[in-house]
Design a protein around this ligand. Structure first.
Ligand SMILES: C[S@@+](CC[C@H](N)C(=O)[O-])C[C@H]1O[C@@H](n2cnc3c(N)ncnc32)[C@H](O)[C@@H]1O
Length: 308
């Protein structure tokens, strides 16, 4: 059981691609890169809206918010870390530090922790109830989100609201003659038996455990809502959902750098051709000090509505 509920993801490459990279980087170096790519990031990156606030003010507000009130996902402590970010976060607390690169003074890093060993109270011969989620859902969960209904692919029989469930991620597998697929039909029943179709696949791909927020029947009947409230995750990162809205944006560092490199100036006209959800558009607007014109386009109507 201990071996079963672990998180040991790996990447499989097409042999010719693997060979190419292994000879370019050297086998050991490439193995480390491959290993790192299979694991989630241990920090969140926040861009401060400098039209509304300052990096210092946001840092102080985050410290106050977290240390006085706490936030979701076991986020019960935040302190200012070293500028170089080398310091490890302690169990149950997070470190915030300013981005050390020049030109990116409006960027904050929040360092989480992991991987953590999870303790499932699995008795011999008695499996826990389980849920398999999509990879996209798992990526969000490891960034502090809960499991939402659309992300659930499969669930044990007889899961009721309030039940403790083990959450694992479905990984794409090579499918003969048709690329890669998860091979799970949404809604299938997991029996927790070794004879289950996806029993072996889940081993080493557990991302945490939580409490079912609805029954199995509910999960596959409704379209929206939280399916599982996570109580433990292999990687702990705070969720910034609805926190300091308008003052901060969660954005990956490369996206922030892209807008910075464009170096937009006040009064310019900018065309953003694949704009939704608008992360770089807003970054550009802020760099232009809200003066000028940005035409932001996207081919997806839904995403445009969400971005407005
Ligand atoms: C990775 S997202 C862009 C992220 C965005 N630039 C940001 O910083 O938040 C890619 C977007 O490109 C859009 N897209 C893809 N092909 C497109 C096309 N031919 N014309 C317009 N938008 C397109 C997709 O709908 C999607 O919203």
């Amino acid at each position: 059981a201990t071996d079963r509920y672990t998180f040991r993801p790996g990447l499989r490459w097409q042999p010719e691609v693997e060979e190419y990279f292994a000879s370019a980087y050297g086998r050991d170096h490439f193995a480390r890169i491959s290993q790192a790519l299979a694991h989630p990031s241990c920090y969140s990156c926040i861009r401060v809206n400098t039209l509304k606030s300052t990096t210092h003010t946001v840092m102080q507000k985050l410290l106050k918010l977290v240390n006085q009130n706490g936030l979701s996902c076991g986020f019960n402590g935040l302190k200012i870390g070293e500028q170089n970010g080398g310091e490890q976060a302690h169990e149950g607390s997070y470190l915030v530090h300013k981005c050390p690169y020049s030109g990116l003074e409006n960027v904050l890093f929040i360092r989480g922790s992991g991987p953590h060993a999870l303790h499932y109270n699995d008795q011999p011969g008695h499996s826990m109830k389980e849920i398999i989620v999509s990879r996209k859902c798992a990526e969000s969960v490891l960034r502090g989100a809960q499991v939402y209904v659309p992300g659930v692919l499969a669930c044990s029989a007889h899961v009721e609201k309030g039940d403790k469930v083990a959450v694992s991620v479905a990984i794409e597998q090579p499918v003969k003659d048709s690329g890669w697929a998860v091979g799970i039909t949404r809604g299938i029943v997991l029996q927790g038996l070794q004879s289950d179709a996806h029993y072996e696949e889940r081993k080493g791909l557990y991302i945490g455990q939580g409490i079912a927020a609805m029954s199995r029947a509910g999960i596959f009947r409704v379209l929206h809502g939280v399916a599982v409230e996570m109580t433990e995750r292999v990687y702990k990162l705070p969720s910034f959902n609805d926190v300091l809205e308008g003052e901060i944006f969660l954005q990956n560092l490369p996206s922030i750098v892209a807008a910075r490199v464009l170096d937009p100036r006040p009064g310019e006209q900018i065309l953003d051709m694949c704009a939704a959800p608008g992360g770089k558009t807003t970054a550009i607007a802020i760099l232009m000090r809200d003066k000028g014109e940005i035409v932001a386009l996207d081919r997806s109507h839904n995403k445009v509505h969400l971005a407005v």
